[in-house]
Design a protein. Structure first.
Length: 133
């Protein structure tokens, strides 16, 4: 029961801290695209970097309560691989959904956010809770 409660707590903290990153993402995406006139793909790229930097900090320290700094280089490397993979998946999917699916870029991004969040939780949990052997 304690393990289930701990897991639910992690999911809650992951989602709550993710809301901060996602809020930052959408603020940058919309502002840069609509007000500054930057192409939505470039805006999404800038927003993604800001989102993932804030997420790494929140997830390491708060979501998974990993205060150990001895493995941080390995964690950063694994996290970069994860976010790079999710970025490529997300940008290709966003472009495809907007250009070929004729979706509004915000609607397409909302769908992608849900998919990426699920994948990111599963992989992040492994990054921040698995001890190196």
């Amino acid at each position: 029961m304690k393990q289930i409660k701990s897991h639910v707590g992690q999911v809650f903290r992951f989602c709550l801290s993710g809301v901060v990153g996602v809020g930052l993402y959408y603020l940058i995406l919309y502002s840069f695209t609509e007000y500054i006139g930057i192409w939505y793909i470039l805006s999404a790229t800038i927003a993604t970097v800001a989102n993932y930097v804030s997420n790494f900090i929140f997830h390491k320290l708060w979501t998974f309560r990993d205060l150990d700094t001895t493995r941080i280089k390995v964690q950063v490397a694994k996290y970069i691989v994860m976010i790079s993979s999710l970025y490529v998946f997300g940008i290709i999917s966003l472009y495809t959904m907007v250009e070929y699916g004729h979706m509004y870029y915000i609607h397409a991004q909302i769908i992608l956010t849900i998919v990426v969040t699920i994948i990111s939780f599963i992989v992040s949990k492994k990054i921040f809770t698995t001890k190196e052997v």
